[in-house]
Write a new protein. Structure first.
Ligand SMILES: [Zn+2]
Length: 291
């Protein structure tokens, strides 16, 4: 997609692809490219969504490999792509549900994070995620467990210079301030920590304190709201590539279409798009989207 012969920087900061039950990375990349997509971050799914076994480290490795391989295929189709690998909080929660002790879950989840760090050190992935806290209601001691893991993962990420994608409850500035506190204690590089699927209300506090808010384009009214805070965030589809749940989130090519519509109807200008999709992406990943 071009404006006066120039290509637009259309990018998706957080999406999943499922080569087992979904369309997979090649078709996803082709459709995104057709709408002008330039850059996409592919994030690990859940072990069981790929037919793998929760609580089994070989399955985790396989899931990370599938994520990395997906970015290779997406790159092949002319869309720049990087991988973020890690264990979703649902992964740990599932083990608790199956009767694992908290200690066993902590140990296993830490191994998953250490493995993700290995992928980053080897240059196969750029980040660890999505990790964090359950967005659903859980008892306080379970929140404590995930907070312990979260702080551990932030430390590991700092040590290997990894980006982090956080999956969190949507509790506005309370959520943002708890993350800012942790990031400050741990000392992660500014804007290397991304609050995935966050609410516009967190933008001021997060971006003002070196944490990058990622706004979902599929949630009605939220991008419009986010724009009021200025170009201090990135955008994401959070596509899950699951044909059984088509309406859950939007696909990356719909994100691209929406960005173009907002540009053409004047809701945002080119400078705004440039800031969220080139400058902010570069701040997080050090990648030149238009390069
Ligand atoms: Zn996600």
């Amino acid at each position: 997609m071009t404006v006066q012969g120039r290509e637009l920087p259309l990018c998706d900061n957080h999406a999943h692809t499922n080569p087992i039950i979904g369309m997979g990375p090649r078709e996803l990349a082709r459709r995104f490219r057709r709408e002008g997509g330039r850059f996409i971050v592919i994030v690990a799914l859940l072990t069981w969504s790929l037919g793998l076994t929760p609580g089994d480290l070989n399955s985790v490795r396989r899931m990370y490999d599938i994520t990395v391989e997906s970015t290779r295929i997406v790159n092949e189709e002319g869309v720049r792509s990087v991988a973020v690998v890690g264990l979703h909080p649902a992964e740990g929660y599932e083990l608790l549900r199956r009767g694992w002790s908290k200690e066993e879950v902590l140990n296993f989840m830490r191994k998953g994070i250490d493995l993700a760090a290995e992928y980053v050190r080897e240059g196969r992935a750029v980040g660890i995620g999505e990790i964090g806290r359950p967005h659903w209601d859980v008892p306080g001691d379970i929140i404590d467990l995930f907070n312990e893991l979260l702080e551990y993962a932030l430390g590991v990420a700092r040590d290997v210079n990894a980006v982090v994608h956080l999956h969190l409850e949507r509790n506005g500035i309370n959520t943002a301030s708890s993350i800012i506190g942790m990031v400050r204690r741990v000392g992660n590089r500014p804007y290397s920590v991304v609050m995935h699927h966050t609410e516009p209300i967190t933008i001021d506090m997060a971006s003002g304190n070196g944490v990058m808010p990622s706004i979902p384009m599929g949630r009605r009214g939220e991008f419009e709201e986010a724009v009021k805070y200025g170009p201090r965030f990135v955008v994401e589809s959070d596509f899950i590539d699951d044909p059984k749940r088509p309406g859950a989130v939007i696909p990356p090519w719909t994100l691209a279409k929406k960005l173009k519509t907002y540009l053409f109807n004047g809701f945002i200008n080119e400078e705004f798009l440039q800031t969220i999709c080139v400058d902010n992406i570069n701040r997080v990943y050090g990648v030149d989207v238009m390069g």
